[in-house]
Design a protein around this ligand. Structure first.
Ligand code: GBH
Length: 463
């Protein structure tokens, strides 16, 4: 394998999610979701009506896989009970279109769009939601299981629990630290019960996707090997437990981390964790999806109150660092990716990994001759180089799915965030490839990067 090539059969793809692209939120019997309530129903990219065109874009890119999410309220409008056949029809047509184009569909069953009817009964803070999710998983598998092999139960349960019920910056916008911890447990239980239901129905591959923001101090952003003072090491460990180990350990080792339980008990009690739950939660999975965008930068600061997205984080300051950032303000640290993959490979050596999201929001330069996004290209290129190093070191990473195919609806941030390799004009819904789309297509075609990095044009090379 050359310095820039990727392994044979490496999966190249892109990811999207239902609420961020579909629109058509009242079409064909879809029920309301918590995001319709939180931020008014949106047209997004109108993908529901333009999916054939969008599969055409995937074909142009040459991807081998496409990860999309199924909208729970489209399939089960009330969250439980009556199934909306028209909702399933849409995903069946999408999957058939993908298969016809030679693209492997990866279905995510939950990317944050909880049916509003279930939120009205307590949402993820109540246990029944987990059971309803497993029933819904079964319904989707019954229709698509003969054509979809790879299933992801949840996307980023940390975000759903702690931004939805802790800080309230995401739907349903609740701000209860106790409910955030309860939601985290019920999301894990939902994953476990759905995994059981999918297996019983004969699903071939089941996975879970977590968000990873490797935790480090400002000093470590510049020098990853830097030694930490004891209080900073404790701050890093506590945030790592809340954000990562709270999910990794129950799923992959069948137990909550010992340092998490006192934080949960103090905030929410432990009554919501029933005997037998961890056996359900730790059913074997085939694949851990890794979403990586940026590190989480913290340091000890005794006077600091807890951040509502991290209940139990009193005494820890979340820092900004003077490194290059994306338009979201997220620090660009490609070297954190090998660090993360090394850690996952060491701690969970039997787990197969896939990068299920990586990408960046930047301001695109639109001129008469195209949409120029050299910053996005550089971001992806640097992360792919880092990933290539990890694979060489032995990390079991089977693929890379870029976020995202289209500029789309960035949750609470709306439409001004641009993560797509295709530009979308939301007034006309016209899609146009950015430079990064052509660049990514070439990476896929070559199964790797060019040996030398394309230089930015300088005055001399232009002249
Ligand atoms: C992904 O989440 C989503 O899966 C996807 O839908 C979304 O469009 C994409 O990222 C781009 O944002 O400041 O406390 O929130 C990424 C979620 C965002 C979680 C950054 C951690 C920083 C901590 N991550 N966040 S906080």
């Amino acid at each position: 394998m050359s310095r820039a090539a990727f392994p044979e059969n490496f999966v190249w793809g892109v990811s999207t999610s239902a609420y961020q692209i579909e629109g058509a939120n009242v079409a064909d019997g879809r029920g309301p979701s918590i995001w319709d309530t939180f931020s008014d129903s949106q047209t997004a990219c109108d993908h529901y009506h333009r999916y054939t065109e969008d599969v055409g874009l995937l074909k142009d890119l040459g991807v081998t896989a496409y990860r999309f999410s199924v909208s729970w309220p489209r399939v089960v409008p009330g969250g439980s009970g009556r199934v909306n056949a028209a909702g399933l029809d849409f995903y069946e047509k999408l999957v058939d279109e993908l298969l016809g184009a030679g693209i492997t569909p990866y279905a995510t069953l939950y990317h944050w769009d909880l049916p509003q009817a279930l939120e009205d009964e307590g949402g993820w803070a109540v246990r029944d939601t987990a059971r309803h999710f497993a029933d819904y998983a079964r319904v989707v598998h019954d229709r698509l299981g003969d054509r979809v092999d790879t299933w992801f139960t949840l996307n980023e349960p940390w975000v759903a629990a702690f931004l939805g019920y802790g800080s309230g910056i995401h739907a349903p916008g609740r701000t209860s630290p106790a409910d955030a911890f309860r939601s985290a447990h019920h999301l894990l239980l939902a994953h476990g019960l759905a995994t059981g239901a999918l297996r019983a129905a004969g699903a071939s591959k089941v996975g879970l996707i977590l968000n990873f923001g490797p935790v480090m101090t400002p000093g470590q952003v510049g020098d990853l090997s830097m030694e930490l003072a004891e209080e900073d090491a404790e701050a890093v460990a506590r945030i790592d437990t809340l954000m990562h180990r709270q999910f990794l350990e129950p799923v992959l080792r069948g137990a909550y981390p010992a340092d998490l339980l006192p934080l949960v008990e103090r905030t929410a009690g432990l009554d919501h964790i029933h005997e037998g739950d961890l056996a359900d939660i730790s059913r074997p999975i085939d694949l851990l999806g890794v979403n990586y965008y940026a590190p989480t930068v913290v340091q000890a600061q005794p006077s600091q109150p807890a951040d509502p997205a991290y209940p139990g984080s009193a005494g820890i300051l979340f820092c900004t660092v003077p490194t290059a950032v994306t338009a979201m303000g997220w620090p660009i640290v490609p070297n954190a990716l090998p660090l993360l993959l090394r850690r996952l490979s060491r701690e969970y050596p039997d787990t197969q990994l896939m990068i299920t999201e990586n990408g960046a929001d930047f301001v695109d330069v639109i001129t008469g001759d195209g949409i120029h996004d050299v910053d996005r290209i550089n971001f992806i290129e640097e992360h792919l180089r880092a990933l290539r190093v990890s694979i060489e070191e032995g990390a079991r990473v089977g693929g890379y799915l870029l976020w995202s195919l289209l500029d789309c609806l960035e949750w609470a941030d709306g439409y001004q965030r641009k993560f797509g390799v295709y530009h979308v004009d939301f007034a006309t819904q016209r899609r146009r490839p950015k430079d990064s789309a052509y660049w990514f297509r070439d990476v896929i075609k070559r199964n790797g990067l060019a040996e030398s990095r394309p230089k930015r044009p300088t005055l001399e090379t232009v002249a």
